[in-house]
Design a protein around this ligand. Structure first.
Ligand SMILES: *Cc1c(COP(=O)(O)O)cnc(C)c1O
Length: 469
């Protein structure tokens, strides 16, 4: 049992304890983890880390809750929004920096609900139409704010079916969502078509570019053809984009950016009766830490276009090499033709089942669990070799968000993967041991409520008193 020490301990002792405590965490600097950490490789990376720490520290005690008190912090936020607006081809864009993608999305959904309350007062049960592949932050937003999330199936290319979206629009619709790209398979939804539909029906369109916002523009600059997804699409009203992902900023920074202040207005919450004073806040957080904002501003300014283009080139080359290498391993197949630096693969069997949409209209239903245990067993073998693996379902697959830091581990990853596949092929009992059966079962189980209660139980255990750390 730990309590606050009676007498304070020295900084030196504490810092060395912290160093010690983190030694068994995942090896993110060595590129052994995907999607959780975005690290810049080499000595440039060391310099960049120092810059992030110093910029963060300079503003660590500041608070954007009152922009009048911290004018310089408000200016840093405005600079970030202006830079991002131009990057997304809308010089007059407005917006806020938030603590992360989830906060950006929660704020956007709350704003669209409140906008509808003003403009469509008849709506009792607001509905937001999203692709089935949309990030769970939208489920969370719908859950928190009492909104019905209408999920629309994706096609064989994993992009949302725009005709199916159109069919779901009704009097209760408060907005549409598309992703650029969606996280599971790394493909960009047909934003231009969604934008046209949104304009025709006079409803707003949010683009979730949390993972793509700070890498797609550079990939485009490198000469790759990408579908349009930003403010060049006239129907797009807002975009979420994470600075703490491909912006390579310190954790805790994302932007929610709007085409105009008219659209953004509904994001601003005001309380007038608090004895503590008038209270206005545009984001979920009350106290808004200045550290991540200062660090994000420093990241954008220190890399510049050149720096980001070079990082994007390194990442996309690494992703290409991974795709080639994975396709060369018998029994494995890529899932989705990623528009960004996301690589997803499964066993050929499960991928082919996923591609066969002829029997049941919903692709996601069709592929539930096929071949799952085998890829999950491969994931187990990879983890035994020191990798932290992201497992996916529907279809069962392994996911890699490839950053510049992964360029140096491509060969090692492919070698380990080939060995892991061979092991599982040679010894099918591996699919019945380790975590594979659990993931396989959870993916296949038709009773999603039961899965939720089991996962909640595991999580609650982690948070229970006396649980082993
Ligand atoms: C990461 C991500 C989010 C959520 O961002 P957090 O920073 O983890 O809250 C939302 N959408 C997509 C597509 C993402 O990749």
């Amino acid at each position: 049992m730990t309590s606050i020490p009676k007498h304070g301990r020295s900084s030196a002792e504490l810092l060395s304890e912290l160093e010690q405590r983190k030694t068994h965490d995942t090896k993110w600097r060595e590129g052994r983890v995907f999607s959780l950490v975005y690290h810049v490789p080499g000595t440039a990376g060391e310099e960049h880390e120092k810059l992030m720490q110093r910029a963060h520290a300079l503003y660590a005690s500041t608070n954007l809750l009152n922009p009048m008190a911290f004018g310089s912090l408000k200016q840093l936020e405005s600079d970030i929004i202006e830079m991002t607006g131009r990057l997304f081809h809308c010089a007059g864009a407005v917006g806020t920096v938030t603590s992360g993608g989830t906060e950006s999305i929660l704020c956007a959904v709350a704003a669209y609900r409140d906008r509808a309350r003003r403009t469509k007062p008849w709506i009792r049960s607001p509905e937001l139409i999203v692709p089935q592949t949309v990030h769970p932050a939208f489920d969370k937003a719908a859950h928190y704010f009492g909104i019905k999330l209408i999920k629309v199936a994706v096609g064989a290319d994993f992009r949302v079916d725009v005709r199916a979206v159109a069919a779901k629009i009704n009097r209760n619709t408060i907005g549409l969502v598309g992703s650029a790209p969606q996280y599971p398979h790394g493909v960009i939804d047909p934003i231009a078509e969604l934008g046209e539909l949104a304009q025709k029906k006079k409803i707003p369109l949010h683009v979730d570019a949390c993972v793509g916002g700070f890498v797609l523009p550079w990939i485009e600059r490198l000469g790759r053809r990408l579908p349009l997804w930003d403010f060049r699409v006239p129907g797009v009203t807002s975009i979420s984009a994470d600075l703490h992902k491909f912006g390579y900023a310190a954790k805790g920074a994302s932007v929610l950016i709007w085409r105009s202040i008219d659209a953004m207005r509904h994001q601003i919450f005001v309380a007038t009766d608090f004895p503590g004073g008038l209270y206005a806040s545009p984001t979920l957080l009350g106290t808004r830490p200045g550290g991540p904002i200062a660090a994000a501003w420093a990241a954008l300014s220190s890399f510049g276009e050149d720096g980001y283009i070079a990082l994007a080139k390194t990442a996309i080359d690494a992703a290409d090499r991974l795709r080639l290498g994975i396709e060369a391993i018998p029994g494995l197949s890529l899932i989705g033709k990623g528009d960004a630096t996301i690589v997803t693969y499964g066993t050929t069997e499960s991928v082919e089942a996923a591609a066969d949409t002829s029997l049941i209209p919903s692709l996601m239903r069709k592929v539930r669990g096929t071949g799952g245990e085998e890829i999950y067993a491969i994931a187990d073998r990879m983890e035994a070799r020191g990798w932290t693996i992201d497992r996916q379902q529907k279809p069962a697959s392994i996911h890699l968000t490839v950053t510049a830091n992964h360029a140096s581990v491509v060969d090692e990853y492919l070698r380990d993967l080939a060995m892991s596949v061979a092991e599982v092929r040679q010894d099918p009992s591996l699919a019945k041991s380790g975590t594979a059966p659990m993931y396989g079962m959870a993916a296949k189980m038709p009773l999603r409520g039961f899965v939720a209660s089991q996962v909640r139980k595991v999580m609650a255990e982690m948070y229970s008193k006396g649980a082993p750390s």
